[in-house]
Write a protein of this length. Structure first.
Length: 232
């Protein structure tokens, strides 16, 4: 059985909820059984993130196509779900066609995040890309050095952010590594960021090019986590 990628469970839950509510919202008798919803959720969890990664790779080869992120897909599904459910009445004909709700969700998902990024001055979660931390093997070097090795079969961009370096700026220490290649980074004697003892330490992150390593405050507002910024 293939391993689940980061965010797969959330993606599966959101997709299953979308089908459950939309398909069954306008009928007095459920047309999609619960086991069918579970099957859709499991399938989405396994194939959704890899498919998203493939779409992102293809999209970057086509000029003018906006970056598609997991956050944008989540936003689009949520907006489409609201549009398809808010004005409907059970047992009544559907007022908003499914295709119209999906189209509305797609437009909002692609158009709204750049506007929020622009006015907030930083990239929001909907614009951040999934990291590729599993591709990097870290070992301690001499003194304050850390060495990172690319253990995947494709190029990666590795970054080490020190205190004061955060979204929307990329890490100051960034290296692009080909498969099996290594690079050294300097922690400057700063401990690794961890809660509760050292919230503002250094943070490491790995991205797929052309995304740029950076870091962001955690959802709780304390401590930092590595993130990947869109191509800038």
């Amino acid at each position: 059985m293939p391993e689940l990628m980061e965010g797969a469970i959330l993606f599966g839950c959101v997709t299953a909820s979308f089908f459950w509510i939309v398909v069954n919202s306008t009928s007095q008798t459920r047309r999609l059984p619960f086991w069918g919803v579970i099957a859709i959720g499991v399938l989405a969890a396994f194939i959704g993130p890899p498919l998203l990664a493939l779409i992102q790779d293809v999209g970057r080869t086509v000029p003018g196509i906006p970056e598609i992120t997991g956050g944008k897909i989540f936003l689009g599904l949520w907006v489409a779900l609201v549009a398809l459910v808010l004005f409907e009445r059970k047992g009544q004909p559907r007022r908003i066609p499914v295709w119209a709700g999906i189209l509305f969700g797609t437009v909002v998902a692609l158009a709204l995040p750049p506007v929020i990024d622009r006015f907030s001055g930083a990239y929001q979660n909907t614009s951040l890309l999934a990291n590729a931390n599993a591709c990097t093997h870290w070992v301690s070097g001499e003194n304050t050095q850390l060495q990172a090795t690319n253990i995947c079969d494709y190029p990666i961009v590795v970054g080490l952010c020190l205190p004061g370096e955060e979204n929307p700026a990329p890490c100051d220490q960034i290296e692009t590594l080909q498969p099996n290649k290594s690079a050294s980074f300097d922690t400057a004697g700063t401990p690794l960021s961890a809660l509760p003892s050292n919230a503002n330490g250094y943070t490491t992150v790995t991205c797929r090019p052309p995304h740029r390593p950076s870091r962001n405050l955690t959802v709780m507002g304390r401590g930092y986590e590595g993130v990947c910024l869109p191509e800038g």
